[in-house]
Design a protein around this ligand. Structure first.
Ligand code: NAD
Length: 440
């Protein structure tokens, strides 16, 4: 814990490191904590899951993310430690980041129960903090506009009027999270000048000028960002579905329009649709917020609908090729929502496997990282050690994730009963048997 003099001089900007508490050690929290430690700050992570806390203290990442293991190994129990006890982390912190999950409720609207519970725990722990110390609580979780001021602020402040509030949305991509954190194209901070200024100082070693704004705008920037990227993907998929009927290669079309600087080439890969912990729930949360305000968000609704129908097209194409799937062995290559992660949240493989099992197929799946996570969702699937094992004796194959290792698959397909491959990611190219792209 710092002395009052040290704290004052840091608040005047004379000391560049701060005591940072990170609440929630999932993808965002662990990466944020490890990266702030790498930037020279003292970091204490808090999670209610003692397994994750023990892993972090042992220098082992609780999630798979490139470069994270090296950072944790370097900083665990030096600049970074973890605890289940808010009272051990919050009173001595200058800044606390809320990085807990914000899932959808059953209507697709944002479920703020975890944010509320974390905010209450911070508020309780702040009662133990020095009366003359200034604390900032920052919401990094993705929350709909109004949440930070109307839900979080009253709970963390309680009776105290010396707690600053800020909002600092996170834009990292899973699979490249550490790189993205250290090399961001934008840092957005919403809040009053004093609180936002303290947050900006945390990032000062990162060469990216922060966009300073008000809290509700910061919250909205995150939703507008994710919804736009999701829209690009559903747009590419819709054009792809039309191209498929016209026998036009949508990848050629998208590659050409991507050269237009107003469009850009990114997020135009047509395929089985988007998944992950963010796009699906964030688009739905924005729809929910718009409805609450009496506005019908037509584009956002269409984005979700295209995305939900897309994986079902894979099954239609398969059935068109092999007929009834009952009792047939179907190989699923790729379970994670994208490559280089073990995250299966909202992965497009989930509705596909559910439908295949419902149709009586036997599913043999392979993923380099995500099989263990998927086992908790579908215990009855056969999880294979390699793509070759999954393909062996299969009557059909669906490619659901764009893992690099799938690009070199070739002879492995010869072990299928008959080569019928439906590719949802344009991951392989086959010059024999039946090879069909979902929208090319
Ligand atoms: P996550 O589910 O991986 O992690 C959340 C963590 O919070 C878990 O470890 C959980 O045990 C912990 N937790 C739950 N309740 C708690 C409590 N009361 N106190 C302390 N810890 C608690 O979530 P995530 O993917 O890291 O996402 C966190 C937030 O960041 C979400 O709002 C998400 O939308 C947003 N976000 C995520 C990404 C991403 O790529 N995953 C990117 C940008 C923004």
């Amino acid at each position: 814990m710092l002395t009052a003099d040290e704290r004052d001089s840091r608040n005047r900007g004379e000391v560049s490191f701060m005591n940072v508490a990170i609440i929630g050690t999932g993808y965002v929290g662990t990466v944020t904590g490890a990266c702030f430690a790498e930037l020279g700050h003292n970091v204490v992570c808090v999670d209610i899951d003692s397994r994750k806390v023990d892993l972090i203290n042992a220098g082992i990442p609780p999630i798979h993310e490139p470069e994270l293991a090296e950072l944790l190994k370097k900083h665990a129990r030096a600049g970074l430690r973890a605890t289940v006890d808010y009272n051990d982390a919050i009173p001595s912190s200058d800044i606390a980041f809320i990085c807990v999950g914000t899932p959808s409720d059953e209507d697709g609207r944002i479920d703020l129960s975890i944010v509320r519970s974390a905010s209450e725990s911070i508020g309780d722990a702040l009662k133990l903090a020095d009366r003359d110390s200034y604390h900032v609580v920052v919401v990094k979780s993705t929350v709909v506009p109004g949440t930070t001021e109307n839900v979080v602020a009253p709970l963390v402040r309680g009776e105290r009027d010396d707690v600053g509030i800020a909002m600092n949305p996170e834009f990292l991509r899973e699979g490249k999270a550490v790189y993205d954190f250290m090399n961001p194209d934008k840092i957005v901070i919403g809040g009053d000048p004093r609180s936002a200024g303290m947050v900006a100082r945390l990032y000062e070693k990162i060469p990216c000028k922060a966009t300073l704004t008000d809290i509700r705008t910061a919250e909205m920037i995150k939703y507008a960002n994710n919804s736009f990227l999701a829209t690009k993907i559903s747009y590419a998929n819709e054009i792809g579905n039309i191209c498929k009927k016209l026998e036009i290669d949508v990848y050629e079309v998208m590659s050409a329009i991507g050269k237009d600087f107003r469009i850009s080439e990114h997020f135009l890969n047509a395929g089985a649709g988007f998944g992950g912990s963010c796009f699906p729930k964030d688009v739905k949360a924005l729809i929910g917020k718009a409805e609450e305000l009496g506005y019908d968000p037509l584009i956002l609704r269409a984005v979700v609908r295209v995305n939900e129908e897309q994986p079902m097209r894979m099954i239609e194409l398969l059935v068109k090729q092999i007929g009834d799937v009952r009792g047939r062995r179907i190989a699923i290559l790729g379970l994670a929502f994208k490559n280089d992660t073990d995250d299966i949240r909202e992965a497009r493989s989930i509705p596909v496997i559910r439908k295949l099992l419902g149709m009586g197929a036997s599913v043999a799946a392979y993923d380099p990282l995500a099989a263990e996570n998927m086992r908790t969702v579908f215990p009855d699937v056969e999880y294979c050690q390699s793509a070759a094992d999954a393909l062996s004796g299969a009557d059909g194959c669906l490619i659901m994730t764009e893992w690099d290792e799938f690009r070199s698959l070739d002879r492995e397909f010869d072990a299928m009963n008959e080569i019928v491959v439906i590719d949802g990611r344009r991951a392989v190219s086959l010059d024999r048997g039946v090879y069909e792209g979902i929208c090319w």
